[in-house]
Design a protein around this ligand. Structure first.
Ligand SMILES: NC(=O)C1=CN([C@@H]2O[C@H](COP(=O)(O)OP(=O)(O)OC[C@H]3O[C@@H](n4cnc5c(N)ncnc54)[C@H](OP(=O)(O)O)[C@@H]3O)[C@@H](O)[C@H]2O)C=CC1
Ligand SMILES: O=C(O)C1=N[C@H](C(=O)O)C[C@H](O)C1
Length: 274
């Protein structure tokens, strides 16, 4: 039986998230896999997306032509690289469709280009698409607002698998931003992303980051609020990549009903900004 619903394109189809998305879209009501895109020259071109993702034949051969795929689609779910996501945002704007961007490690120049594309596309971008992490960000914002920066030091700790190429993770930066928002400070001016050598004592008000990489860890994040004689730790553990894929599909369905613009997972999930 042919599946109906919002027609989604999965990019980076052979990647860890690409394959997870193909499986989730095949299993979910209300969405259908319209196309799967891989890099030109990839050995996946021409193969059936469902077959290599392990869910059986879907009748969707992988291609390397994003524009042809976007033109007749309703949305694209994109976990690739910053340069690729910038290129796809421009194509999504041309096609006037939804673009959900999970890609992390974007520079401020990349962000500007993506926001420009959001004049015509409905873009949802987040360093973490899971409900749990976005709830955690709200809790961090509240804790940072409640605890005096003169007495409480904030450190964001993350660990990911050995293949991850960007640091700090998109999630760590999202959590650092939530802490900065809670304190009413600029993250750029307060963040300490690396420490090495004779650093001197910690400055009150700094928001520190620490990065660990190894093995197959999907995503571990903790925000430590350290005071004199006590530490409050707020944390999230990802046990499975489907939490990101389900969140991304939920974002696509939500954005389908919105005007062109740039949105976050906080908008999608309706989490409080108060
Ligand atoms: N926001 C969130 O919730 C989450 C975000 N992420 C982020 O998503 C991104 C992808 O993660 P992950 O799936 O683990 O990474 P992978 O490396 O497994 O997948 C990336 C995919 O993108 C493809 N790709 C890269 N460059 C191009 C290009 N120029 N044209 C077409 N395809 C391209 C790769 O193809 P090839 O192998 O041929 O290079 C690969 O299939 C990362 O930035 C990661 O941090 C990950 C999980 C959750
Ligand atoms: O690269 C990953 O794997 C992940 N990337 C995202 C990030 O940079 O925070 C989200 C998740 O933690 C997995």
């Amino acid at each position: 039986m042919t599946k109906t619903g919002m027609k989604l394109v999965v990019t980076g189809a052979g990647g860890r998230m690409g394959q997870t998305l193909i499986r989730i879209i095949a299993a979910m009501e209300g969405v259908t896999l319209h196309a799967a895109i891989a890099r030109a020259g990839s050995s996946l071109i021409g193969r059936d997306a469902g077959e290599f993702a392990g869910v059986g034949h879907l009748g969707v051969p992988v291609t390397s032509d994003p524009l042809a795929a976007f033109v007749h689609a309703d949305g694209v779910v994109d976990f690739t690289t910053p340069a690729t996501s910038v290129e796809y945002a421009a194509l999504a704007a041309q096609a006037r469709i939804v673009h959900v961007i999970g890609t992390t490690g974007c520079s401020s120049a990349d962000e500007e280009k993506i926001r420009a594309a959001a004049r015509h596309a409905r873009i949802v971008k987040s360093g973490n698409m899971s409900l749990g992490v976005n709830l955690l960000a709200e809790l961090v914002r509240q804790a940072a607002r409640s605890l005096d920066a003169a007495d409480w030091d904030i450190e964001v700790l993350e660990m990911h698998h050995k293949h991850k190429v960007d640091a700090p993770s998109g999630t760590a930066l999202l959590l650092g931003q939530a802490a900065a928002d809670g304190r009413g400070v600029d993250l750029q001016e307060t963040s300490v992303r690396v420490r090495d050598g004779h650093t001197g004592p910690r400055n009150a008000g700094d928001i520190g980051f620490a990065t660990l990489r190894g093995g197959s860890v999907i995503g571990e994040h903790s925000v430590l609020l350290a005071g004199e004689g006590e530490i409050v730790t707020l944390s999230h553990s990802a046990g499975d990549r489907t939490i990101f894929a389900r969140g991304a599909v939920k974002a696509a369905l939500w954005a389908f009903g919105q005007k062109p613009g740039f949105y976050s997972m906080s908008d999608v999930l309706g989490l409080s900004k108060s």
